[in-house]
Design a binder for this molecule. Structure first.
Ligand code: ADP
Length: 412
């Protein structure tokens, strides 16, 4: 079932987008949280070290307890007094460092910056501590990379949880969709069975009706051959015409029923000009008889079923001939646009009154019943055209003026 599949993929996509967003948000918050903890730690450690008595405490030993933390004691002139990292004892003046400047003015704050000495980013915090003779700066620093490492460590766990949740969601989604769509499944199956039954009924009925009609036609033709009486010949002609009309009517009803059962469309590339020429061939006798000028302009390729296009063009041209005047004109224009195709069939016939134009697509609706019947119309032609257009989502419109003509447009 197409709808079920679509629903499943749609909800799966939404779940996927939801989980991905959740993943990104959790990673972001975890990362921010790790940074906040690191900043707090730096502050706490600086305070802890600042409370030490510098003469007694071995600062290198203290910092070695956690290799990630770097502790520096800077003299009031900017030179390094003690440094937990033995490789970076330098002679640079540290008074220019922003965290030292902040501590010097009494507003200590955390700074994240690039360390020239260690060539990596650090989170710094410093405090000014008064000593007996002067003062020093105590500074703690944590490498940013070590904070990021926590995130990298927790990523596999995050991913594992995400995958488990995703798997659970998909399983629940499938079960739910199965349950929700089960009643629709049975309705659709029922509809399909009903459509098939109806199709079978119409096929059987048309076959059953056509058999006696063929027999009647055969017998009438035989009677006509053996009868010279003019009055009886006239009756025979009427019988022949009516049986033909009935046969066409059955055919049209069958076509309409097929279209109503919403067939699976198997579209192929079709040349509209090709179809118009094909229809012209079958109708050339009627066109010549009425001395109609037949003009075709343009061509275009359309994706549809050949049978549907033939039926559509045939019904529209048939009407243009049937309701045309002696010596009239039919213009078929095929205009290929950028995205769609426009087929216009215009005639110079009797026209359709304004108030009737909206009704001509109804089954068996005829403006002039007698004229339509006389010329072999069944009243189903435009209903078939309308159904074909609906099947493909095409727009069908009509413009007509009494005594001037009719123009039917199909936007494909
Ligand atoms: P029919 O088989 O009677 O032609 P249709 O469904 O094809 O049935 O058309 C319905 C009615 O619309 C026709 O009976 C006719 O009155 C009117 N009609 C259709 N096409 C034209 C046209 N080109 N010019 C004038 N009247 C038309």
């Amino acid at each position: 079932m197409k709808v079920k599949k679509r629903l499943f993929w749609f909800t799966t996509l939404i779940i996927f987008i939801g989980l991905c967003s959740l993943f990104v948000v959790s990673v972001y918050f975890n990362h921010t949280n790790n940074h906040n903890i690191a900043r707090n730690n730096v502050v706490e450690i600086t305070r802890l070290v600042a409370n030490m008595h510098f003469d007694d405490v071995d600062i290198e030993e203290f910092a070695a307890l956690d290799s990630n933390i770097r502790i520096t004691v800077i003299a009031s002139d900017g030179s390094i007094v003690a440094e937990s990292n033995p490789w970076i004892w330098g002679t640079t003046n540290h008074l220019t460092r922003p965290e030292i400047q902040a501590a010097a003015v009494g507003i200590p704050e955390v700074h994240i910056r690039f360390s020239e000495s260690l060539q990596t980013n650090f989170i710094y915090y410093a405090l000014r501590v008064d000593t007996s003779e002067s003062y020093v700066f105590v500074r703690a620093a944590i490498p940013v990379a070590s904070v990021n490492a926590y995130l990298v460590q927790s990523l596999p766990l995050f991913l594992a949880i995400m995958l488990m949740v995703a798997f659970l969601c998909f399983a629940v989604n499938r079960t739910l969709i199965d349950r929700i769509t089960r009643p629709f499944d049975s309705i659709i199956n029922e509809n399909r069975i009903n459509a098939k039954r109806r199709e079978e009924f119409f096929a059987n009925a048309s076959h059953e009706l056509k058999t006696p009609l063929t027999a009647i036609k055969g017998f009438t033709e035989l009677t006509a051959i053996n009868n010279k009486d003019e009055t009886i010949r006239k009756y025979i002609n009427s019988i022949t015409r009516e049986t033909e009309r009935m046969s066409t009517l059955i055919g049209d009803m069958l076509k309409l029923s097929e279209l109503e059962s919403v067939p699976e469309i198997m579209p192929t590339k079709i040349s509209l000009l090709g179809v118009v020429n094909e229809v012209y061939e079958t109708m050339s006798t009627a066109i010549i008889e009425k001395n109609i000028e037949f003009i075709v302009i343009g061509d275009g390729i359309i994706m549809a079923e050949q049978g549907h296009i033939y039926e559509l063009v045939k019904n529209l041209i048939e009407n243009a001939v049937r309701y045309n005047v002696q010596g009239g004109k039919i213009t078929v224009s095929i205009k290929a646009g950028r995205k769609n195709m426009r087929l216009v069939i215009a005639d110079t016939g009797i026209g359709i009154p304004d108030e009737e134009q909206s009704r001509i697509f109804e089954r068996f609706y005829r403006v002039e019943k007698s004229r339509s019947q006389q010329s072999g119309g069944t009243g189903l032609g435009l209903a078939i055209v309308k159904h074909i257009c609906a099947l493909y989502g095409w727009k069908l419109s009509v413009e007509s003026s009494i005594g001037i003509g009719t123009e039917v447009t199909v936007d494909m």
